[in-house]
Design a protein around this ligand. Structure first.
Ligand code: CU
Length: 301
């Protein structure tokens, strides 16, 4: 006994890997001590292993839970942006960008555009309708076939007004044509920023989900530098249709940079979380299999 135990004791002192020393001890003692002792050592090892596995599984599931919690608020808060492009048929050679940062039911809107009719009020809105296509209209929406798209014809694409991007005062749909409070595009350019715009929770959710559309209105079909013509506005018959027809349009989608992934990236994040959760389950399953295998060996042996 002293002869066989001595190397194991020395080895244990030299080695911080206790489990390896323990295995060495088992090897050294198997012959002299017998099967009973080996069974006890294996039992301890099995308990260690189960404890370690439980710790790993708990840590993994904890991480998954934390990721799930982190993913929760990201659905309510987030940034979306849009490239504003000419509405087909409406003769505007312009472009622009819009960004909306949503925090709860409050948001900040930043917008820049150029190529608009200069020095005339341009109504601008965020449109959303649950039944809309959440996109900009095409000439396929020109139901009266006059070659232009008025605001109503664009409705199936972008839905009704949910936010009026006024410079001052009310920002609700009530201000849809508050022409004295919209940007007048000096030099054909709009540079707009407004914070603390509040919306209904369902609107905030729709915007962060990438379902809303920015529309800047006001065109000049006859290129005479003003809103005029015989055709009346579909929104307000006291105005010419030039004053309200959509000029630039862009769907607000999840921002490609700044914390939020693209629309598809967002769901990929959810998949990652699910995969980690699955990994935890797989680990638990594997641990279960291992424990069963050890037990079988013990009972068979
Ligand atoms: Cu609009």
């Amino acid at each position: 006994m002293p002869f066989t135990n001595a190397p194991a004791a020395v080895f244990a002192q030299q080695n911080s890997d206790v489990s390896y020393a323990c295995a060495m001890y088992v090897l050294c003692c198997t012959g002299s001590v017998g099967g009973a002792h080996l069974g006890v050592v294996l039992h301890f090892k099995e308990e260690d292993r189960m404890r370690t596995t439980r710790k790993i599984a708990t840590a993994t599931m904890g991480a998954a839970a934390m990721l799930a919690l982190a993913a929760g608020p990201a659905l309510a808060d987030g940034g979306v942006n849009a490239n504003l492009k000419p509405v087909p048929g409406n003769g505007v050679a312009g472009s622009g960008t819009a960004m909306v940062q949503v925090t709860g039911t409050t948001m900040t809107v930043t917008m820049a555009a150029s190529g608009l009719l200069a020095n005339q009020p341009h109504a601008a809105h965020i449109h959303f309708g649950a039944d809309a296509r959440h996109e900009c209209p095409t000439l396929g929406d020109d139901t009266n076939k006059d070659g232009h798209l008025n605001t109503t014809e664009g409705g199936p694409a972008y839905g009704p007004v949910v936010v009026s991007l006024t410079k001052t005062g009310d920002t609700s749909a009530k201000s849809v044509l508050a022409v004295d409070r919209f940007d007048t595009a000096p030099g054909g350019k709009i540079s707009y920023e407004r914070g603390s715009i509040t919306v209904a929770p369902e609107v905030a959710t729709a915007i962060t989900k990438g379902q809303s559309v920015v529309v800047i209105h006001g065109v000049d079909y006859n290129k005479d530098g003003k809103y005029d013509g015989d055709v009346k506005s579909d929104l307000d018959p006291s105005l010419p249709t030039e004053a309200t027809d959509p000029a630039l349009c862009g769907a607000l989608r999840a921002a490609p940079t700044g914390g939020m992934a693209t629309g598809q990236g967002g769901s990929a994040g959810g998949a990652d979380t699910a995969m980690i959760a699955l990994g935890g389950a797989a680990l638990l399953a594997a641990a279960g299999t291992g424990v069963v295998a050890v037990r079988r060996r013990r009972f068979q042996g």
